[in-house]
Structures are given as structure tokens and as C-alpha cells.
Design a protein around this ligand. Structure first.
Ligand code: HEM
Length: 440
């Protein structure tokens, strides 16, 4: 691992050297907020990726009235993304790589103007890990322009209210199964037990999305989830940023894992096709196969990969954080328990909704949303003037902790949602993004 880091740093240093000799010089027509040099930013990122718990803790602004541990997850954000907002005392900062500006922002006006701009002004950033593009090149997640719009229209119907309602029974039965397994364990062991709640929630959401997408329960085939999680882990490894320049030792294992997943999906596509699309199983795959717009095989495969990818980790993280926050706020947990019981288990429960909104605010499962600037001279609120190809990285995590909108922002207080209304929130709450790519 140390060798990987050293190797990475040497390559970056070489790039930086060539950058300054080949691309040096500033163009005064462009103006970006101050920020650290790329090399300083990148070393900080590497250090905190590989040594998150051993890094010395900075003073966090976690409110003393909040009883959840500040060492839990805020500290790594405090040392990375939030550190630079604090150091430069601004709600946007930038770093420049090869003369290409990366603007990090938690400014609601900038977020709104970028996310709600006409399609074509900004695009999704290139996949720096090289993993997503191999998994889902032709999907709604990775395409732009007309191809994206076509897929968006098709997929929006697959997630209409009625369709989602029809998925409820699957979600309920898998959740009840998980509760049953837990109760059985409790019975066997009699007393206290330790549960890895994230692992449990990941298995739950992966099984649900597996059944809804292709009719397969992944926990029945251990290797499928192992492969999938290996792919997800690879996606966030810093060394992957070099994969388009040099082959990496883990490439072979990665390709094999992707191939095996593709094979499973292809088998299901073949089965449905051999059935002349008469397969009446109500899966997302059958929905796409039967859609009159004739998506090609690659588009179908890529979109199923996207559902598996985008659908399970996000939901598992939300559930994990919700259960964690409830476990350290017993009084809120009791209130929620009572309100659900008094409501005869009716899903229409304000407190339940507030608990979920508050968890999405504190720990958004998609903590960063990126966009590439498509036009030279793009002007952002604050009078920042950007060149084409600059990268805008919206920190949803930091935006959700604006104390002007959320007093005591680090405190878990679901009751704040009683008075927060849509107009106060405006662009200050974007766990599912905003504008044309919003996920709902
Ligand atoms: C707590 C759960 C979830 C959260 C917080 C979440 C968050 C997000 C966000 C922030 C984006 C937009 C990224 C951008 O603007 O570039 C997005 C896009 C997307 N999500 Fe989710 N998501 C969740 C669950 C799901 C589920 C369950 C599915 C499907 C099974 C899904 C499928 C997608 C797809 C297909 C897109 C791409 C939309 C497009 O590019 O037009 N997500 N999600």
C-alpha cells in the first residue's frame, strides 16, 4: 500500500512538473476562488484515505448537546473537505490540476445555478476511476444529451408512484425476513449481541434491488455480492485515478468481477428473450426489455448495472445512519416507536419522515455532486468566471450544515423539520440532487 502511495505521488509530481513547464501562465479573464495547490490537496486526500483513524483530530464543531460521537464520521470530513472551507474562510475554494480548475462549493446559489441550468451547460464529470465507465457506459447515469433524455423518459416511468408502490411488498417481505433473522439470533444467544448493521443493511438492500431488477436474490450467491463490493471498493481507491495512464495490479481481478456480473445479467436477458418477452415477472429488466423504444442490449445491461450500483449502497447507508442516530438518541427512538404504534403502523407518519430527512441532511448518501463546465467564460454567482472543462464539486454534506438554515447544524434534531418549509429550504437540501438529474 505504501508503495502504491509513493508511486502515485511520484507520477503526480512528474505531471505537475510538466504542467508548469508546458501549461504555465495565468489567464486574467478567468477568476476562481482561492484554495490549496493541487499537490497539497492531493496529499491531504491520500493521507486521510489511507489513515483516517490515525490522523490527529482537529477540533470539531460538533455541538455538545449532540450525543453522537464526533469521532464517528465527522472527523474525516473535518480533515478533508470542510478543512479547506475553514482554512480559506469561504464557501467556495479551488485547486488547479493541469490548469484545470476544480471548484469545491457549499454555496446554495452556486448549487442552484449549476444544477438547474439548461442541460448542455454542465455535464457529469469524466469517470476518474475508470470503473463506472466500464460498468455503465451506456446508462442513464453516464450518458448526456439526447441519449440521456431518451433513457430518462423511459426510466422515469419505471419509477412512477404506482410502480414504486407495487415494489413495496417485496421491500416489506425482505425487511420482515431480516427482522426475523435478528430475533432468532437474539433468542439463541439470549443476551447482548453485536451486529454489523451496515453489513446487514447492505445485504438487505442488495437483495431487494436484485429481486426488483432481475429477479435474483444476491445473498443466495455469495460470490455476486463479494464481486460487487470489490468493484465498489476499487472505484474509490485513489490509485484508480491513474488507471487510464498505466495498468494496475488489480485490473485483472476487477475485469473478472465485472465480467461475472455481466454474465449474470446477460443470462437473465437471454432467459427473458427466449421466453419471447412473455416472462411476466415484474422486474425492471422485463420493463426495459418490453419497452417499445427498443433499448439495445448494451443500454439494458448498463442500466441494470446502474440500478444495482446506485440503488443499494445509497439506501444501505441511509438505513445504517438512521439506525445509528436512533440508537444514540433513545428519547427520539422512544417517540418514534410510540408514534408508529399509536398510528397503527400507518406509513404516513410525520416523525418517521422527519427522522429520515434529518439523517439525509446530516449524512447524505451522495455527499458530493460533480459537474463539468461546458462553455468558456461561464460565470457563477459570486462573480467567479470559469473556463470550459473546469470541474465544479458541490459538497452536499457541507451545504446541509449551514447554520443560517439549520441552527445547531451538527445536532440530530428531527423536530426541526416541523417548521422548515420548502421556501426556507430552497436549494439548501439536495440529498437527491436538483434540476434535470434529480432522483425521485
Ligand atoms: C437514499 C437513497 C438514494 C440517494 C440519496 C440517491 C442520490 C442520488 C443523487 C444525488 C443523484 C444525482 C446525481 C447528479 O445530480 O449527478 C442520483 C442519481 C441517480 N440515482 Fe440515486 N439515490 C438514491 C437511491 C437510488 C435508487 C434506489 C435508485 C434505483 C434503483 C437510484 C438510481 C439513480 C439513477 C438511475 C440516477 C441517475 C439519474 C440521472 O442521471 O438522470 N438511486 N441519486
Amino acid at each position: 500500500m505504501i508503495l502504491e502511495i509513493l508511486f502515485g505521488i511520484i507520477i503526480w509530481l512528474t505531471f505537475i512538473y510538466f504542467k508548469s513547464s508546458l501549461f504555465g501562465g495565468k489567464n486574467n479573464d478567468y477568476k476562481v476562488p482561492n484554495g490549496p495547490s493541487f499537490i497539497v490537496w492531493f496529499i491531504n486526500y491520500l493521507y486521510n484515505y489511507y489513515y483516517p483513524s490515525s490522523s490527529s483530530s482537529t477540533s470539531t464543531s460538533i455541538s455538545s448537546s449532540s450525543s453522537y460521537s464526533s469521532s464517528f464520521s465527522e472527523q474525516s470530513s473535518e480533515r478533508t473537505i470542510l478543512k479547506w472551507f475553514r482554512d480559506y474562510n469561504q464557501d467556495s475554494y479551488s485547486s488547479s490540476f493541469f490548469g484545470r480548475a476544480m471548484i469545491f462549493t457549499k454555496n446554495a446559489e452556486i448549487c442552484k445555478s449549476v444544477l438547474t441550468a439548461p442541460v448542455g451547460d454542465y455535464e457529469k464529470p469524466p469517470d476518474s476511476s475508470g470503473v463506472l465507465i466500464r460498468l455503465a457506459r451506456n446508462s442513464i447515469l453516464m450518458t448526456e444529451g439526447k441519449q440521456w433524455q431518451k433513457q430518462r423518459d423511459i426510466i422515469a416511468c419505471a419509477f412512477s408512484n404506482t410502480k414504486v408502490r407495487s415494489m413495496e411488498s417485496t421491500m416489506q417481505s425482505f425487511t420482515l425476513e431480516t427482522i426475523h433473522t435478528l430475533k432468532q439470533k437474539e433468542g439463541k444467544e439470549g443476551q447482548k449481541m453485536t451486529i454489523d448493521i451496515h453489513q446487514l443493511m447492505t445485504t438487505l438492500t442488495f437483495d431487494i434491488i436484485g429481486i426488483l431488477s432481475i429477479g435474483q436474490k444476491f445473498s443466495d450467491h455469495g460470490t455476486t455480492s463479494t464481486n460487487f463490493h470489490f468493484i465498489l471498493d476499487e472505484m474509490i481507491r485513489p490509485i484508480r485515478r491513474l488507471s487510464s495512464y498505466i495498468p494496475l495490479p488489480s485490473d485483472k481481478a476487477l475485469n473478472l468481477s465485472i465480467k461475472q456480473l455481466e454474465l449474470i445479467i446477460q443470462n437473465e436477458i437471454d432467459k427473458s428473450n427466449n421466453n419471447n418477452n412473455n416472462n411476466n415477472q415484474d422486474t425492471l429488466l422485463n420493463y426495459l426489455l418490453n419497452h417499445p423504444s427498443n433499448l439495445n442490449n448494451q443500454e439494458i445491461m448498463s442500466n441494470i448495472m446502474t440500478f444495482l450500483l446506485a440503488g443499494h449502497e445509497t439506501s444501505a447507508n441511509l438505513l445504517t445512519f438512521t439506525l445509528y442516530l436512533l440508537s444514540v438518541h433513545q428519547e427520539i427512538q422512544n417517540d418514534l416507536f410510540n408514534s408508529i404504534n399509536n398510528n397503527n403502523n400507518n406509513n404516513d407518519n410525520d416523525l418517521l419522515e422527519w427522522v429520515i430527512l434529518e439523517t439525509l441532511r446530516l449524512f447524505p448518501p451522495a455527499p458530493m455532486i460533480g459537474r463539468t463546465v461546458m462553455n468558456d467564460g461561464t460565470v457563477l454567482p459570486g462573480d467567479w468566471k470559469l473556463r470550459k472543462d473546469s470541474l465544479i464539486l458541490i459538497s452536499v454534506y457541507a451545504l446541509h450544515r449551514n447554520e443560517k438554515v439549520y441552527p445547531s447544524p451538527n445536532q440530530f434534531n428531527p423536530y426541526r423539520w416541523k417548521t422548515l418549509n420548502q421556501s426556507t429550504l430552497n436549494s439548501n437540501f439536495i440529498p437527491f440532487s436538483s434540476g434535470s438529474r434529480i432522483y425521485y
